[in-house]
Design a protein around this ligand. Structure first.
Ligand SMILES: Nc1ncnc2c1ncn2[C@@H]1O[C@H](COP(=O)(O)OP(=O)(O)OP(=O)(O)O)[C@@H](O)[C@H]1O
Ligand SMILES: [Mg+2]
Length: 252
């Protein structure tokens, strides 16, 4: 049965969708896992864009409103990556079915299910938290974002849903940025992955193609691979470093 992993944050634009799409792609391309990616950002869904899916008739909105079966809303990007997109123009869902219960019907067909959350703290984010076995909060190394991360951690603690770790995204390695260990200490949660700010991320989206496929040697793709490896408990070493090391010895 697939493990379900949710990517959450209550700040927009920190990289929840980017992480869902690219860690999912890495799990599929690099580690040969069969993944289901679910767009649970009901107000502003855009996970499908990362896979060139712009117009689908059956969406997660229809599934949660009991209009279509979950199996019928799954778009097969390829054999390893399946996606349930959201409806672009629909917005909030009134009295929805519970995402957790709906996903259970297809869990046996996948190795891993990743959920892209909404930043909406009122209720949408709880869909992802409640449906996930493991929850990661995406944050960036600045005070305003860290403050929203702390607020989210407090909320999840109150609901007895614990966040398993933080993903630090868009890191520029500048002096003015908060450091990883400062963030871990303040949040009292481990940073399980660091993703650099990499223009290849936005370039891949303009194609659109998932980064691990479009630019597998880019800094961010290597970071997504590392996080994917950590999620499935596999070893992963930066192949560029090993290649450079080999070249060094071969030249001598
Ligand atoms: N590591 C990165 N390097 C460069 N650009 C990035 C990186 N991560 C994300 N981005 C860019 O930042 C923008 C916002 O990312 P994304 O849509 O994933 O955020 P989000 O948290 O899902 O936002 P929302 O709350 O609106 O759903 C996108 O244009 C994306 O390409
Ligand atoms: Mg998003």
């Amino acid at each position: 049965m697939a493990e379900t992993i949710g990517f959450i944050a209550i700040k927009g634009g920190v990289g929840k969708t980017t992480c869902t799409a690219n860690i999912g792609a890495s799990l599929a391309y690099k580690f040969n896992k069969k993944v289901l990616l679910v767009d649970a950002n009901f107000t502003a869904p855009n996970l499908g864009f990362y896979f060139d899916i712009f117009d689908t008739k059956k969406t997660i909105h229809d599934v949660l409103q009991n209009k279509v079966k979950i199996e019928d809303a799954i778009v097969e990007y390829n054999e390893k990556i399946h996606i349930i997109p959201g409806a672009l123009c629909q917005g909030a869902i009134k009295k929805p079915l519970v995402l957790d219960a709906v996903l259970k019907k297809v869990k046996d067909a996948y190795d891993i299910i990743l959920i892209d959350s909404s930043p909406n703290i009122e209720n949408e984010i709880l869909f992802t938290i409640n449906a996930s076995d493991v929850v990661y909060t995406v944050t960036t190394p600045d005070f305003p974002t860290l403050s929203t991360t702390l607020r989210l951690l407090k909320l999840t603690h109150q609901k007895k849903n614990y966040v398993n770790g933080l993903i630090l995204n868009k890191v520029k390695y500048k002096k003015y940025e908060l450091e990883k260990r400062e963030i871990e200490k303040t949040a009292e949660a481990p940073v399980i992955g660091v993703i650099p700010n990499d223009w290849k991320v936005e370039e891949s989206l303009s194609i659109p193609k998932p980064l691990p496929l479009y630019a597998p040697k880019s800094n961010a793709a290597v970071a997504f691979n590392s996080i994917a490896a950590m999620i499935i408990d596999e070893d992963y070493k930066d192949p560029r470093f090993l290649a450079r090391l080999k070249n060094l010895f071969m030249r001598r």
